[in-house]
Design a protein around this ligand. Sequence first.
Ligand code: NAP
Length: 252
Amino acid sequence: MTNKIAIITGASRGLGRSMALHLAKRGVGVIGTYRSGAAEAETLRQEIEALGGKSAMIALDVSASAGFPAFAETVADTLRTQFGRERFDYLVNNAGHGLHALLTDTTEAQFDSIIDTHLRGPIFLTQKLLPLIEDGGRILNVSSGFVRVTMAGYGLYAAAKAAIQTMTKFMAVELGARQIRVNTISPGAIETDFGGGVVRDDEHVNAFVAQTIALGRVGQADDIGGAVAAILSDEMGWANGATFDVSGGQAV
Ligand SMILES: NC(=O)c1ccc[n+]([C@@H]2O[C@H](COP(=O)([O-])OP(=O)(O)OC[C@H]3O[C@@H](n4cnc5c(N)ncnc54)[C@H](OP(=O)(O)O)[C@@H]3O)[C@@H](O)[C@H]2O)c1
């Protein structure tokens, strides 16, 4: 994987942060994005540099597509000035937030926020960045176990994640001519700040979820960071249009 460069959206915390560190340990340069966590992103950048890796952090709101052209210009400039490259290799569409609201109560503002972040964002960000992705590169979209496992209150979020999972297959078909592989990772429940940190911080929720997982515990960010690095490795080059369920065997 050496000399490759990955862009990871939402790298300042949680799963994206772990993905960045796992990729950096394999010699991959990391351009991470953050929305509000500039200080966390800077800490991550320093950690990667301390590992001997190369990293840059750029602000991005994935729910605001009007900012994507300027972001793409910043990426092109960062590649040239900090990495000595014209293009990058891996795009991980990770950034996002949850929503707990019954479909019967969901507001149109909540709908817009979820769809803008989890569907409009990944599609149009990918579109804008495609000229900067090397032929033979990879795109990995982050979905969710909620596409498979139902729980009241997560319907809209799950529907958006199902849509990106389906989009992945069509992107794979459309980008095959450029040898760009497009896959989805579908994490089960992981202890992060996601959803207000409920899986991590509420011991009853944690225990309830753990007993639905074959391995008997909820996931940690590193369970996904490591999986992402593995999925992006050269050995996984024949995987395309696939969804990787990485959940410890949740409700299988
Ligand atoms: N944790 C789980 O159980 C779980 C399971 C399945 C799937 N997922 C998915 O995995 C992804 C990462 O979740 P996580 O658990 O790492 O959550 P997290 O710990 O809350 O971190 C979310 C990250 O996304 C960024 N972000 C949120 N909204 C954004 C926006 N509109 N624009 C740009 N960046 C934004 C945050 O940036 P700032 O902090 O800088 O604002 C942060 O870096 C999400 O797509 C989530 O749906 C999570």
